[in-house]
Design a binder for this molecule. Structure first.
Ligand SMILES: NC(=O)CC[C@H](N)C(=O)O
Length: 363
């Protein structure tokens, strides 16, 4: 069935629909990963976004039971050059098409994804709609331009109820802003007793759980859309060791007095080089972000830059100079992508062990 992508700037891409035949709006972004489509589609940070994959063949190893980063994918749509319907992999249980249909995600195939990516790179991310090819584009463009876009993504994808994954190690509270399962897996792998809490859990409620450490998860949208979380993180700073990942990194920055900005088209892919300024080492990282910490805003804070992106020198890691708190803009949990930075979880555990022994040390 002929379907189309209409962009707010009036560009139209007509292709073949697959997955769910629904009308879906979203911010159109691109991901440069060659693999990892199942994890990307189920990463809650893509809530309200339409992802186009720059790699031309997607779906070739199918969909399996284990690689979902969340049970309810929040992405609006997927755009590919070619979607295969004949996957081949021993773990594959269904096709990309079936999964998208089942989860209500609109798919569009057979368009020039390279041209679309170039448009996004030039103009920055654009709003778009996936719909039937017979919808009048002029009306769609007008609607896209006049739509008031939601800013409640975090509340939609965060857990509604707290839950625990027991362990014999230190107690870690994981603030879920739209958490990827991979973060839980990595903390659990270290033997921690994990308590996952909703995004709007207060400082008091968190401290009542007697955490030895707190992880701030990834999540969708603009970090400034969750001021209540910024306030909570601000109150927790200096009381318990903190580790922020992606949205968690941005929230830690805001809570420390820094500012965030929207990037033109963001970083989304599995091969983003990052430099660790403390060791001089380079890491390949998995990334998915459209916002970044403004370097100019750091002067009035006690934050120090620990990592930068090689492609555009943007901030990829921060450390608090006085308190045990650090964060990264990239994804040390990988899935999808390289596992080069997994040691950051062990580094967090060191802060946690230190805290358990002597409490927070003020420099
Ligand atoms: N993966 C994330 O946590 C993304 C953070 C934020 N929503 C951004 O786009 O920058």
């Amino acid at each position: 069935m002929k379907r189309q992508l209409v962009l707010e700037n009036g560009e139209i891409f007509v292709g073949e629909g697959f997955g769910a035949n629904t009308v879906r709006d979203g911010e159109v972004v691109f991901n440069t990963g060659m693999t990892g489509y199942q994890e990307i589609l189920s990463d809650p940070s893509y809530c309200d976004q339409i992802v186009t994959m720059t790699y031309p063949l997607i779906g070739n190893y199918g969909i399996n039971r284990d690689d979902f980063e969340s049970i309810f994918p929040a992405v609006s749509g997927l755009i590919v050059k070619e979607a295969t319907d004949m996957p081949s992999h021993w773990r594959s249980e269904s096709t990309l098409h079936d999964m998208l249909r089942e989860k209500g995600i609109a798919g569009l195939a057979g368009i020039d994804t390279r041209r679309l990516t170039k448009i996004i790179r030039e103009h920055g991310t654009l709003k778009g709609r996936l719909c039937d090819a017979d919808e009048a584009p002029v009306e769609v463009v007008a609607e896209l331009r006049n739509t008031q876009w939601a800013c409640d993504q975090v509340s939609r994808v965060s857990t509604k109820m707290p839950y625990e994954i027991p362990g014999n190690g230190p107690r870690v509270v994981l603030m879920d802003f739209g958490m990827k399962k991979g973060i839980l897996r990595e903390i659990n792998r270290l033997g921690c007793d994990v308590r996952v809490v909703p995004y709007n859990t207060t400082e008091k409620e968190i401290l009542q759980l007697h955490p030895d450490g707190i992880v701030l998860s990834n999540g969708p949208g603009d970090p400034k859309d969750v001021p209540e979380a910024v306030e909570t993180v601000n109150k927790l700073l200096g009381k318990v060791p903190l580790f922020g990942i992606c949205l968690g990194h941005q929230l830690l920055a805001l809570a420390s007095g820094a500012d965030t900005v929207k990037m033109r088209f963001g970083h989304r892919g599995a091969n983003h080089p990052v430099k660790d300024l403390q060791t001089g080492r380079f890491y390949m990282t998995s990334q998915n972000h459209g916002y970044a910490v403004n370097p100019e805003s750091l002067a009035q804070t006690e934050l120090e830059v620990t990592h930068i992106a090689i492609n555009d020198q943007s901030i990829e890691g921060l450390r608090h100079k006085r308190y045990p708190a650090f964060s990264v803009q990239f994804h040390p949990e990988a899935t999808p992508g390289p596992e080069d930075s997994q040691q950051l979880f062990s580094r967090f555990l060191q802060d946690v062990e230190q805290f358990r022994k002597v409490g927070v040390q003020y420099a």
